[in-house]
Design a protein around this ligand. Sequence first.
Ligand code: 13P
Ligand code: SF4
Length: 320
Amino acid sequence: MSALRHDTVLQQEIRLWKEKRNAVILAHNYELPEIQDIADVLGDSLALARAAAKTDADVIVFCGVHFMAETAAILNPEKTVLLPDLEAGCSLADSINVEQLKAWKAEHPGAVVVSYVNTSAGVKAESDYCCTSSNAVQVVHSIPVDQEILFLPDMFLGSYVQRVTGRENMHIWMGECHVHAGITPTDVNSVAREYPDADLLIHPECGCSTSSMYMLADGLLPQDKTHLLSTGGMLNYAKASSANTFIVATETGILHQMEKANPGKKFIAANPHAVCPFMKKITLHNVLEALQEMNHVIEVPSEIRARAKTPIDRMIAIGS
Ligand code: 13P
Ligand code: SF4
């Protein structure tokens, strides 16, 4: 059987089991193309958290990484949340643990903690607000200007938010995502030189984001063609824009959706090696198996869940 035919058979099986279980499939924009194609909801972290909060399905199959499935479980204690491969972790979420956060809070008593959604449930339980790349600026704007903030764990997103909001009383944890950090200013500059007419879409977690902001401010990158956006923001921008060519500085999984939604437009990865090995752990095989066996259930202890829900609810409520 050809690989394509094999995928089609698996996808049909998944749809049957989805009906049987009254399940919904939520998938992140970085998932494998064949996973994106079976998703009921495909989106960025904020869109998926919002979808998880309002689904009436009994089972949520989370095609993403562990912290995303945990967030869905925190929002839905009465539903079953499945993560088809429990090894789907996140190097950024691993860059801070509960003990480190407690020690950091002790150094800054009274500071408000803003955690990126890419954190464990335990870290969220120690936080005041969560945010994603699409609402981080609005979340920080919503906090009184004289309030000290601890922002974690991504240093590139933190620098971006600090620059946009002008907050000097914001301390930033020095964590990073190894995939996004690997998209460097050199990558972006060399692709931008090759495609001088292209629009440049940059995820704020990228290693190139800080230097891009300085280059933008200095006029070295075109203001009207350079945009720092979440993955969902990139997809919306590409659809609405009249440009034909886009340089995309984020994980390459997003190109599948960009190309699918915009026939005739050209999308170039700023770094074609920017592939998240955790996102690619989810396959049609393990999605089907999870539905059949109802295995790989994500559960969050009730005491952590109760404390982690408030910052997540605040995140869901803020921003568009
Ligand atoms: P968004 O899809 O929210 O932009 O997040 C990117 C990411 O790296 C998720 O792990
Ligand atoms: Fe984590 Fe980076 Fe993978 Fe996103 S791309 S899941 S931040 S390791």
